[in-house]
Design a protein around this ligand. Structure first.
Ligand code: PLP
Length: 377
């Protein structure tokens, strides 16, 4: 199987898997005071320090969570729910559902939510965010990189704007962490979420960075783990493995980014040459290196996905398929695509595990499997 769905999840790196398995030996509860507990605590602290060093932040600013969704919910609910009278939240229209669904919930709780539109390439104008900020705005949430198009957003400029207007900035870094150079303490970011399974770490573990000195109400209540910010026994082996996955992802990152970009571009140019009228969706100038979202004329997303899966290629479409019906992608709709087009953007997301040979096979297979579908319309 050729796996081109790395924005959905990545395979665990063999070295990370080894680290994970080794860490499983330490079964103690990090909150226990006896020997096994202390050993677990030591490992937990070391992992936090390792991640803090990699992200260039203080270790006390990191809270471990079950993944990106929880980290984002923690920042949103923890900032807004204690606020009497609601407050105001600004989000981009292309945020992940973890942010959009949580903001819909907050809306039902009395929070005013403004969704900032994007242009046909999915780009966001900082001026539009500035216009959306009101005197009672509490937070702006704009992601670092979009999971569907790969578009990279102007984090520095949005953070600077938020800071100048006295507004918190929540940055969903789930697709960026491990793929982009991060130096969080140098950025005007108040909250940042990451998830290990997007950078060859295990599933079910992630983190929330909260700027030093900032506080948010806990979103989970119980024990005093994570400095009282997130109750529940930590997923120790997962956290240890996440630290190793991040270390590996960041080592030689520049070279890896260039190699990935080259691989993605080969795929992109190959498809554009084979399918006349094919259209790349998103900002071709400023995208994650391994992401390609493309519309092939006359080809329905679901049909392509199923046929390519049968032919041994795993891709995805931004649209959600539930019980036989396809929900068009909210990201592509926000970019102004028609409903049928928004259900047909094919997302190829590559990682360090993909090879030139796989891209060549994929191009041949795409031509064999999908070309007949275009000529039949
Ligand atoms: N944010 C973005 C941009 C994502 O791509 C994802 C996962 O697809 C999430 C948040 C949710 O992360 P997790 O799967 O760790 O809950």
């Amino acid at each position: 199987m050729i796996y081109f769905d790395n924005n959905a999840t990545t395979a665990m790196d063999p070295q990370v898997r080894e680290t994970y398995q080794e860490a499983l030996v330490h079964f103690g509860n990090p909150s226990s005071v006896h020997g096994p507990g202390r050993q677990a605590r030591k490992l937990l602290n070391e992992s936090r320090e390792k991640i803090a060093e990699l992200l260039k932040v203080k270790d006390s600013t990191l809270t471990f969570t079950s993944g990106g969704t929880e980290a984002l919910n923690a920042a949103l609910l923890g900032s807004f729910l204690p606020e009497p009278g609601g407050g105001h939240l600004v989000v981009s229209a292309v945020e992940h559902h973890a942010v959009l669904a949580a903001s819909q919930f907050l809306e039902r709780m009395g929070v005013e939510v403004t969704r900032v539109p994007v242009d046909p390439q999915g780009r966001l104008q900082v001026d539009q965010v500035a216009l959306a900020i009101k005197p009672h705005t509490k937070m702006v949430a704009v992601m670092w990189a979009n999971n569907e198009t790969g578009n990279i957003y102007p984090v520095q400029a949005i953070g600077a704007l938020a800071q100048s207007r006295g507004v918190l900035y929540l940055c969903d870094g789930v697709q960026a962490c491990g793929k982009c150079e991060l130096s969080l303490s140098e950025l005007p970011v108040d909250f940042f979420a990451a998830s290990a399974h997007k950078f060859h770490g295990p599933k079910g573990v992630g983190l929330l960075y909260m700027r030093d000195g900032l506080s948010a109400e806990p979103h989970l209540w119980g024990g005093r783990q994570e400095r009282g910010r997130r109750a529940g026994t930590e997923h120790l082996a997962g956290i240890v493995a996440m630290a190793e996955a991040l270390r590996l992802a960041q080592s030689g990152q520049k070279e890896k980014v260039l190699a990935l970009q080259k691989l993605r571009d080969r795929l992109e140019f190959g498809i554009l040459a084979e399918f006349s009228g094919a259209r790349v969706l998103g900002d071709r100038e400023n995208r994650l290196p391994g992401t390609l979202n493309i519309l092939l004329p006359g080809i329905q997303g679901e049909t392509a996905l199923v046929n390519l899966d049968r032919a041994g290629i795993a891709i995805s479409i931004g649209a959600a398929c539930e019980s036989g019906s396809v929900d068009p992608s909210h990201v592509l709709l926000a970019m102004g695509l028609e409903e049928n087009e928004a259900a047909s953007g094919l997302r190829f997301s590559l990682s360090k595990d993909n090879t030139d040979a796989e891209v060549e096979v994929a191009l041949k297979t795409l031509s064999e499997v999908l070309k007949p579908l275009t000529s039949s319309i």
